[in-house]
Design a binder for this molecule. Structure first.
Ligand SMILES: [Zn+2]
Length: 330
């Protein structure tokens, strides 16, 4: 399954490089350590990006999470308040890859002049095996959708800690472009945060490395663990919804039967609901197939309960690794 990125990963982990900053920051100035007097207003499309951008921007950013922590990024319906919030933003960080199908119309409605940064740009993608289809505007009887050769890439890139470090570099560079006088601050903070991600990555690996090869297959709620699994050498063989979006609430009885059959064939070692999504089908499938049911995995948001186990992106990495290791290792 890992088929790329090894060389790039090695390079990034040994010597994080910030080519743009070299040009932007010829000399360290007094501005470097002080927060900018005029914080950058940033909007993010994915709840966990708020934590990431705040880590890089510190007191020099004001981050608006358009989904207010608990919204579902796949199926969000913006309100007039979201339109007003976005109008004030200077920068918008989004994932792209069709993760946020609602964002274009929200941007248009707000008439914001914010610069949009697509964090998936330049990041190695994992194809889903699906294809984009062209639909005719007017559906007539007998019309068949035309298939194209455009593969649909999986948008859940942030669950791979290595790809996240690239996104952190991009966030640091673009914040620096917005406030060149604070470029040093953003560079330092980005490097510190990358070091923390690497540390969390080592902790997560320590949980998952001991799992034997035949305990590495699992089922999720929707297809969002490809990048995480490629990185940690796990096999997310199927999902309850069977889709990269959560915008399909009702998997067919046939799909569930297929899933139970597959569990027997593939030696699936556990099934996991997803935090913030219904867990009833995971409970049924676990019981029918006789495999361990794990606690919910965290995909794109943190715990709504401030006492809950996942409050930051680093928590999310480590917690997901720990519950996967504990459940699959049973
Ligand atoms: Zn998703």
């Amino acid at each position: 399954m890992p088929r790329h990125t090894t060389v790039i990963k090695r390079f990034l982990f040994r010597q994080p490089c910030f080519p743009l900053w070299l040009g932007l920051v010829p000399l360290l100035t007094a501005w470097g350590e002080a927060p900018t007097p005029n914080p950058i207003r940033v909007a993010v499309s994915l709840p966990l990006l708020k934590d990431v951008v705040e880590n890089v921007g510190g007191p020099s950013v004001e981050v608006i999470d358009l989904l207010s922590g608990q919204g579902d990024v796949h199926v969000f319906e913006p309100t007039p308040a979201d339109v007003r919030n976005l109008a004030k933003a200077e920068l918008i960080y989004e994932i792209g890859l069709n993760l946020e199908p609602w964002l274009d119309s929200l941007v248009a409605a707000s008439q914001t002049r914010a610069r949009r940064i697509r964090l998936s740009d330049g990041i190695d993608r994992i194809p889903t095996g699906g294809h984009h289809h062209h639909h005719h505007d007017l559906e007539e009887p007998g019309d068949e959708p035309e298939s194209t050769d455009l593969e649909i890439p999986d948008p859940h890139i942030w669950l791979d800690p290595i790809r996240m470090t690239y996104m952190v570099v991009a966030i640091g560079e673009t914040l620096a472009e917005q406030r060149p006088e604070a470029a040093n601050l953003f560079e330092d903070r980005a490097l510190d945060y990358i070091a923390e991600i690497r540390k969390a990555n080592r902790t997560a690996r320590a949980y998952l490395d001991p799992l034997p090869e035949d305990r590495r297959s699992f089922i999720t709620y929707h297809d969002n663990f490809r990048y995480f699994s490629e990185h940690f050498e796990l096999y997310p063989v199927a999902s309850i919804l069977g889709t990269i979006s959560t915008d399909h609430f009702d998997p067919s009885a046939e799909h569930i039967r297929d899933l139970i059959h597959l569990i027997g064939e593939e030696g699936v070692a556990g099934i996991f609901p997803e935090y913030g999504e219904p867990n009833d089908l995971a409970i049924i499938v676990a019981r029918e197939a006789g495999i361990p049911l794990g606690p919910p995995l965290y995909g794109s948001r943190f715990d709504a309960d401030p006492e809950g186990p996942v409050q930051t992106y680093l928590d999310l990495l480590i917690y997901n690794a720990r519950i996967l290791a504990e459940t699959l290792g049973k």
